[in-house]
Design a protein. Structure first.
Length: 140
């Protein structure tokens, strides 16, 4: 089940990137009828496999913060992604929304891989803090 879920996640990401490319290039491919239903079908299968795994493993977003954050990030991705692909009023708005949606998508994948809503941020901040303190000591 996990392999299917990962496959659908990758397919969703690739589909989004392809539709984003078509949006940026103003390609007529973006209006093909298959793209009106196929992404929704893949997303439904992605959701179904994720729900099946959560039920099978008895994990709840209330008990596992990483899962709650991942689900919230998915909602944010859907909203920003819809602005990027069709709801943006200008090309500039769509480009900004596209960049933001890709960042959120990368965050979703990172949370899913690490099962950590912070995905290493505390370690990164600690590293920066150590570098800053070493730099200050060197200067003084």
């Amino acid at each position: 089940m996990k392999q299917l879920h990962v496959a659908f996640a990758l397919l969703t990401a690739c589909s989004f990137c392809m539709r984003a490319y078509w949006m940026l290039s103003r390609s007529p491919h973006r209006h093909a009828s298959v793209w009106r239903w196929l992404p929704h079908m893949v997303d439904a299968l992605l959701f179904a496999t994720g729900l099946t795994m959560a039920i099978g493993l008895s994990i709840s977003p209330l008990a596992h913060p990483w899962l709650a954050v991942k689900l919230l990030a998915i909602v944010v991705y859907i909203v920003i992604g819809s602005v990027a692909l069709k709801r943006g009023r200008s090309h500039g708005q769509r480009v900004v929304a596209l960049v933001l949606s890709l960042l959120v998508l990368a965050y979703i994948f990172a949370v899913a891989l690490h099962h950590d809503p912070w995905v290493g941020l505390p370690d990164y901040l600690e590293t920066i803090s150590l570098r800053a303190s070493i730099s200050v000591r060197t200067i003084l």
